[in-house]
Design a binder for this molecule. Sequence first.
Ligand code: GYE
Length: 313
Amino acid sequence: MKIKKFIPAIALWAMGSSLACATTVGFSQVGSESGWRTSFSEAVKDEAKARNIDLKFSDAQQKQENQIKAVRSFIAQGVDAIIIAPVVETGWAPVLREAKRARIPVVIVDRNVKVNDDLYVTRIASDFKEEGVKIANWLMNETQGNCRIAEIQGTVGATASIDRAAGFNEVIAKYPNAKIVRSQTGEFTRAKGKEVMESFLKAQSANEPFCAIWAHNDEMALGAIQAVKEAGIKPGKDILIVSVDGVPDYFKAMAEGDANATVELSPYLGAPAFDVIDKYLGGDKNIPKLISTTGDVYTQETAADEYQKRSSK
Ligand code: GYE
């Protein structure tokens, strides 16, 4: 009799205390501008569920002011930790100082923030400059360094745009016959990528066609491909298409011959972010300031197989 009563009491206590102890993490995400971004958000949500983390997710719709509001509200709610995937690099110091004062650790994922590094625990990201270098090397190799390039940049002020451009430009600077002849932001979205490419094509002179489109992400490249097709030009052949991300739709486009190359970017940033938070909240403050991931170049050769793998995930 005694034992019977005892067990449910223990079970109840355990249940109650585990609920009370669930870690609460606020996550301020850039938005849902690209397929890569959506996969990243999903990955964070799935990982939080698997770890029984109470995740407060906030979509900033590509606006830093929304992110700052979200972070302030996470602080007011007294979350255990905050993850920020910042839209742009600048303007973060005040709100990060507020988090620090409230003793809430902040982990930066993906793009960077320009602040003293005592204002966050660590940053988990890929090396965007290296991505620019890799894709430019592929393009220079493919064209023997002869190429008039139309560049569709990502969001102005975002690390992914700044560093990808820097890496790409560093490589093509070594080739006198390679040149960026048009450049404009497409804000990382498919619709804008299409719009920008349409305007490039209108302004293009017939005797100086583009040899390639360099888009700072797959989503804009996919929009540009549509614009090129609608102009009666063959993407992937008449104009080479290169970008970064490695989203399933882009693998499909490569398999169909419409796109040429991309650098894969892992969207699985939730697990390493939660690992760091666990460590930090567990008392281990010995965490490197940058945890980086890398990705490979993919081309048409393996695109069909890679598409299969990715779309069955
Ligand atoms: O390439 C793009 C997204 O910041 C690295 O943002 C990220 C970029 C990614 O919208 O698709």
